[in-house]
Design a protein around this ligand. Structure first.
Ligand code: ATP
Ligand code: MG
Length: 229
């Protein structure tokens, strides 16, 4: 391989709120793929989500910043919030590419649940020209089913290379499939717990839990009405 440039991962998400599943995925992939940096890019206006339960971009960004603070190599970008309108990954990747230069290796990190919906994303075919993909496991489906579904999505255009554990198409970027420690936590679950006043401790970083609490995010009842303990 030619002298390689810097290796950058990009993890997009609504991060509503960020939780330990996101962070552990970024950590394991950064380690496995020797990434120099992982960019966390909260979605401005997520095109695929019902906007009603999504708290403001400013809150989501701040929670991601607190979650990533102190981990060298984890950086947080507000680029999708500053750009008006819906957040399209194809535009985000183009911007990141302009910023990091042509020589850098760019890896787009996505959980399998998100990847399996990729054909619904804006100009999704272009995404495969913009970055390598690292698709990682997520609780909910068996690993066997995951791999089969993944293969069905890309195999017409890619060849599976067991030695690389990647789908490869000559002159194109690769699609890696990577198994990570399965942490069965989701933002939906965290919001649900908050709405009924249940604990979210150890599902999100402590700094995020404190931020949620002090800003009373996701609570459906006011603190006065909430029971003690
Ligand atoms: P929601 O429940 O609101 O959809 P979420 O927990 O799925 O939230 P997202 O912001 O939708 O979080 O996800 C961003 C990215 O992180 C996606 O690629 C998703 O697959 C991945 N991801 C989310 N939770 C986990 C988890 N527990 N383990 C591995 N990957 C995860
Ligand atoms: Mg999700």
């Amino acid at each position: 391989m030619a002298a390689s440039g810097v290796r950058i991962g990009l993890l997009g998400g609504t991060f509503n709120p960020i939780h330990l599943g996101h962070l552990r995925a970024a950590e394991e992939i950064a380690e496995a793929f020797a990434l120099d940096r992982v960019w966390f890019v909260p979605a401005g206006q997520p095109p695929h989500k019902d906007p009603s339960p999504v708290v403001s971009f400013a809150h989501r960004l701040e929670m991601v910043r607190r979650a990533a603070a102190g981990r060298p190599g984890f950086v947080v970008s507000d680029m999708e919030g500053r750009r008006g309108g819906p957040s399209y990954t194809v535009e985000t990747l183009a911007r990141v590419r302009r910023r990091i230069g042509r020589r850098a290796d760019l890896f787009f990190l996505t959980g399998l649940d998100a990847f399996l919906m990729i054909h619904t994303w804006h100009e999704f075919r272009r995404l495969f020209e913009q970055a390598h993909f690292v698709v990682f496991s997520r609780p909910g489906s068996s690993p066997v089913r995951m791999e089969r579904l993944l293969r069905e999505k890309v195999s017409e255009r890619y060849d599976w290379r067991p030695d690389l554990r990647a789908y490869v198409r000559p002159d194109w970027n690769r699609v890696y499939f990577h198994r990570i420690t399965l942490l069965d936590v989701s933002s939906t679950q965290v919001r649900g717990r908050l709405a009924r006043g249940a604990s979210i401790r150890y599902l999100v970083p402590e700094a995020v839990r404190e931020y949620i609490e002090s800003n009373r995010l996701y609570a459906s009842v006011g603190p006065e009405e909430k029971g003690q303990g």
